[in-house]
Every structure is written in C-alpha cells, then in structure tokens.
Design a protein around this ligand. Structure first.
Ligand SMILES: Nc1ncnc2c1ncn2[C@@H]1O[C@H](COP(=O)(O)OP(=O)(O)O)[C@@H](O)[C@H]1O
Ligand SMILES: [Mg+2]
Length: 426
C-alpha cells in the first residue's frame, strides 16, 4: 500500500485515517491493558532514571555549598573543620573533595546552634496546605520544593500527598501502583475504626515512611486513596454525630509533634478530603499563575473557603488561619498579561501575596523524565544562568513562606508573654 510522494502531499493522513484497525471499540479488557501499559512505561522510566539502585539517592554537598547553607564564609567553615571539634562531621573525601550528606548538614547545624528547631513546649508544629481548585498550577511542585528547602534549613518536615494522582509520591521515586500499599496512605485513617477497617491503627504514624531526605518523611498516596471520599460519605450516612471534616485533623494530632512543619499537597477538587485539609491547617498557600482563568478559580476557591469556615464555626470554635499566602507560580517574565495581573494581585492583596513570584523555568519542566527536583540537581545540564535564576526565585519564595511560619511562632509567644522566638536557637 505504498503511496507515491505526490499522493502523500495531497492527503497526508488518508491511509492512517482509513485504516480499519485503528481506534477499535474499547471495553474493560482494553482499558485494563492501557492501564498496565502506562504503569509499565512509568516503571521502566523510573528504573532508567534511577539506575542502578531503582531508589532515589540524594546528592551530597561540597564544602562551599555547605558553608553557604550554614550562612558562613568558605574560610570560616574550613577553619571550623580544621579545629577538630569532637563529633564535627568531616564529610567523606572523594577525589580530593570533601562531600557532606544531608544528615551531616543537619548535624553541623545542630552543633553550631543553627538548627531552627521550635521548642515543642512553646511553639506548635505548623500544618500547611498548598491548595487551589485548578490542576497544573504548581501545587505539587511548590509543595516538594518548600519541603526540601525547609529540610535543608534544618526543620523536620512531613509531606502528605492528599491527591490520588500521587504526583508528589512519584517525585520521591516511588511507584504508587506497586510500591504504596493502601495501609501506607491516609486511607485507613479516613475509613476509621467504626467501619471495622482491619487496617485501623488509631494513628497516621503507621502509614508514614522515611524518604531519601534525612528528616523529611512522606505520607504517600495512590489511586486507592480516592476511596477516602466514599468512606467519608458512608460514615456521614451511618455514624451519628460524625463530623466529616475533622478526621484528618485528629490523625495529625497523633503525629505532628514529631515535625516542625507538615505540608499537605492537595488535589484540585472540592472534596471531602480537601475540606479535611482546610480544617486541619494553620496556614494556606494558594498557588496560581497570574492569568485570567486562574484569577477566576482563585476567586471561586475563596468563596468555597468562606462556606467551609462557616461550617467549621458552627461546630467548633471560630476558625482563624494563622496565615494565607498567595503564591504566583509559572510567572512568565516577558508576558504582558502575567505582568498586569500579578501587579493587580500585589496591589489588591499586599499583605497576602508572596512578593517573590515563582518564574516559569526550564529547570522545573525538566523534572518529568529524570525525577530530580531543583534541590536535587547536582549539575544542571542546561545554561547555568537559567539554573541560578530559577534557584534564586525558588529560594526567595520559600524564604518568605519560612518567614510566615516563624511569624506564627513569634506572634504566639508574644501573646503568651514567652521569650521571643529566635530563628536559630543555640
Ligand atoms: N515554575 C515553573 N516553571 C515551569 N514549569 C513548572 C513550574 N511550576 C510547575 N511547572 C510544571 O507544571 C506542571 C504542573 O505542575 P504541578 O506542580 O504538578 O501542578 P499541580 O500540582 O497544581 O497540578 C508540571 O509539569 C510542572 O513541572
Ligand atoms: Mg498536583
């Protein structure tokens, strides 16, 4: 059925369009096959990306990078290294260069009094959610980078994947369909004791896993987590006095003392699970690109939040969030619409807008195939200026959110007449 070049030019797609075997009818068998093919493809891609170990391994940091992370000059860091302080991590020497693990960095922060640990007797753990009705607005990207930034700064962080799509889980090199049993998601906690769930442990702790990041734990997700919606609906129908939005908050009470910050990545939906997230949080970060449609969905989100908070207030004490921050994401520096809308937002909500926008950058578009977040990249393969610009924007955004977290501790201490919160305790 070879076609002449001339025929191709006239009607390039005729042959494929008329092929009777293409786009056949699809039933359950074909759909299952499609699911299996997609999962297989993902597994292969993951295995190639993470060779040889098939699990993510975190990069190490050289002495200059560690000095920068500790906020000191190269010289003063090297002087301390040479002082032979007991237990002072020396890193490992590879090809004449010293390299430090994240655990080394955390130990260095502890020895030098730079680990900004809250005092558990005074400062509560802060629970945050990144939320918006829309997909593709960088909720997951912002969650993982905020968590990793805070972890590098020495905070103990728990990340919770509340999206059955499980993108956050996959960013940790974990395959949701084969490597996340239902018991290692928040699902059993939502199912609860009274439905006779055999997985009920009474705590979220049993579902939390360690990650390749020291002191950054993950509560993973997978498709089955969507069942949480049905569990809540059925409990609403069968359990008298069941408060559908307090389940997650109760679960967090069982684990949050172990962490300084808990960050929840949410699905773009108006769901029972998201109602739970918005009840459980102290702070909300709304991610949105500065574009018309996104402004519209942010408006809808606020409307929904008003209704939710009214509901929360009917059954408990008045819900007041410690902060709400609008984070402009995927901002195109040379786009006129983005410029205009971002300046509107900044002018209208100056106290609620993170002043540094997160720029649209090739660095984050590259995450897909090689599953490396910006904080995990050891050496960037593209233009180093592009990478530096992206990291600068990222660090500014995250530093502002860190500031918002510290403000919560500061204000609470002030209100209670406690000594002022100091970012780096000694
Ligand atoms: N600042 C950015 N620059 C370029 N691409 C981005 C940026 N932020 C997010 N992305 C990409 O946009 C897509 C959607 O982001 P994601 O975080 O998954 O959004 P959401 O969780 O809101 O659905 C992803 O492919 C991600 O890599
Ligand atoms: Mg997402």
């Amino acid at each position: 059925m070879a076609q002449t070049p001339a025929a191709n030019r006239e009607s390039p797609a005729t042959e494929t369009v008329s092929d009777p075997d293409r786009f056949p009818p699809v039933g359950i068998a074909e759909i299952t096959q499609l699911a299996e093919l997609a999962e297989d493809l993902l597994e292969r891609a993951r295995n190639v990306a993470l060779e040889p170990s098939h699990a993510k391994e975190l990069r190490k940091w050289n002495a200059a990078e560690v000095a920068a992370l500790l906020g000191m000059s190269d010289d003063s860091f090297r002087r301390r290294l040479n002082k032979k302080i007991p237990d002072f991590p020396q890193g490992e020497t590879v090809n004449g260069r010293r390299l430090f693990t994240l655990e080394d960095i955390h130990n260095l922060q502890a020895i030098l009094g730079l680990r900004p640990r809250r005092d558990p007797a005074i400062d509560k753990s802060i629970v945050l959610a990144l939320a918006n009705f829309k997909g593709g607005v960088a909720k997951t990207t912002s969650s993982v980078h905020l968590a990793q930034y805070l972890c590098l700064r020495g905070y103990r962080v728990l990340l919770i994947d509340l999206d059955a799509q499980a993108s956050l889980t996959q960013l940790f090199g974990i395959l949701p369909h084969t490597e996340v049993p239902e018991t290692q998601t928040a699902l059993p906690y939502f199912e609860g004791e009274r439905l006779g769930s055999e997985n009920w442990t009474g705590t979220l702790r049993s579902a939390i896993r360690k990650t390749h990041w020291h002191d950054l734990d993950l509560l993973a997700s997978n498709l089955a987590f969507y069942g949480a919606e049905f569990s809540i609906a059925s409990r609403l129908a069968s359990e008298e006095g069941f408060n559908f939005f307090t389940v997650l908050a109760n679960g967090l009470e069982t684990v949050k003392q172990d962490y300084d910050v808990v960050i929840m990545d949410t699905a773009p939906s108006l769901s029972f699970v998201n109602s739970n997230a918005l009840y459980a949080v102290d702070g909300i970060v709304i991610t949105m690109p500065p574009a018309m449609m996104d402004l519209q969905s942010a408006g809808l989100f606020f409307r929904w939040l008003v209704e939710l908070v009214q509901l929360f207030n009917q059954v408990g004490s008045e819900k007041v969030y410690d902060f709400l921050a609008i984070l402009m994401t995927r901002m195109k520096a040379n786009d006129e619409v983005h410029q205009t809308i971002s300046s509107w937002i900044r002018t209208r909500f100056p106290k609620f807008t993170i002043s540094a926008p997160m720029l649209e950058t090739a660095v984050l578009q590259k995450i897909g195939p090689d599953i490396l977040t910006a904080y995990e990249v050891k050496s960037y393969e593209g233009d180093s200026r592009t990478f530096e610009r992206a990291m600068q924007a990222m660090n500014l955004v995250n530093a502002e959110i860190e500031g918002a977290i510290q403000n919560v501790w500061r204000r609470a201490r002030q209100a209670k007449g406690e000594p002022a919160y100091r970012a780096a305790a000694s």
